[in-house]
Design a protein around this ligand. Structure first.
Ligand SMILES: Nc1ncnc2c1ncn2[C@@H]1O[C@H](COP(=O)(O)OP(=O)(O)OP(=O)(O)O)[C@@H](O)[C@H]1O
Length: 284
């Protein structure tokens, strides 16, 4: 076994007539932050649940931290942190009680107070879970996912319902865990989140990987032309596509003899590329 945290070959999963996962291959290195994108119903959660060992598969090979999640035991489970789409910690417990409770399941847990602070729930530490807002509840889910100092953290839509500040705090937490060497696999519908966190991404549509790579070059993004936008005092807003935006800006600088009104240079966003990839799939 090499440096791989996750190796998946030809993964298939059916629910009755529905083929949810249809031949997925994934290679995720130890220490990577790996993002899985895709539309609703693409098969992302099913794939992550299979990696977690919480769902059986109909075909293919899966190795997670060197073991098959279908047969791996307690020691393996303690090395894999999970953030569910809907966690069900007992509603009557307080935040602090539940984090301490879950810490006891692990051989080398983090400090519960530290984890509560890392997810920004200090002020709610003594509140009962049932009194938390949706976003606070989700932050608790993240706390329960990281309390065991996992080697691999599997997060299914971890920031759904987070306000912008909580999302940025979560990103800081993920970056800290990544620096410590934790491998992180997360699904998300927020493309700026994928771009902020993931070193590599896979886009899944209709149960298949339709593209994978780093966010900067995914789907040919790096080869796309730039667009230079400016406002001409007589003609109004103008823009031009170009392979040489620096030259275009230099020409405009000469034309305007200095400052170019309302200058902007844009490139294809990850969202543009994603929608293009998904659009191609829809057209099939
Ligand atoms: N327990 C289940 N029983 C039957 N069908 C299921 C079950 N779970 C998922 N499916 C179906 O499998 C397909 C993939 O679902 P999955 O939840 O893996 O998608 P997803 O990419 O995570 O979607 P979302 O972004 O909406 O969370 C969908 O068509 C879904 O309806």
């Amino acid at each position: 076994m090499g440096n791989e945290a996750v190796r998946v070959r030809g993964l298939c999963k059916r629910y009755g007539e529905v083929t949810a996962v249809d031949g997925v291959d994934l290679d995720i290195e130890r220490g990577e932050v790996f993002g899985i994108l895709g539309p609703n119903g693409a098969g992302k959660s099913t794939t992550v649940e299979i990696l977690q060992g919480h769902r059986s598969r109909d075909g293919g090979e899966v190795t997670v931290l060197g073991e098959d999640p279908d047969t791996a035991g307690r020691a393996w489970r303690s090395r894999v942190g999970i953030v569910w789409q809907d966690e069900s910690a007992p509603a009557e417990l307080t935040v602090r009680e539940s984090v301490r409770h879950f810490a006891r399941y692990y051989p080398r847990p983090r400090d519960p107070a530290e984890v509560i602070s890392l997810v920004g729930l200090e002020e709610k530490a003594d509140s009962r879970i049932k009194s938390l807002s949706g976003g606070q509840r989700r932050r608790l889910d993240v706390a329960l996912g990281v309390i065991g100092s996992p080697d691999l953290l599997l997060l299914d839509e971890p920031t759904t319902g987070f306000d912008p500040a909580a999302r940025h705090r979560f990103w800081d937490l993920i970056r800290m865990l990544a620096r410590e060497g934790t491998t992180i696999v997360l699904t998300t519908h927020y493309l700026e989140e994928a771009e902020a966190l993931a070193g590599r991404l896979a886009v899944i549509a209709a149960g298949r990987v339709v593209a994978h790579g780093d966010p900067a070059t995914l789907g040919g993004r790096a080869e796309d032309r730039a667009t230079v936008h400016w406002t001409d005092p007589r003609e109004g807003p103008r823009s031009t596509e170009t392979d040489t935006p620096t030259r275009t800006v230099a020409e405009l600088t000469r034309r305007f003899d200095g400052e170019i009104p309302a200058l902007r240079v844009t490139r294809t966003t990850l969202e543009d590329v994603y929608l293009r990839l998904i659009g191609q799939e829809d057209a099939r």
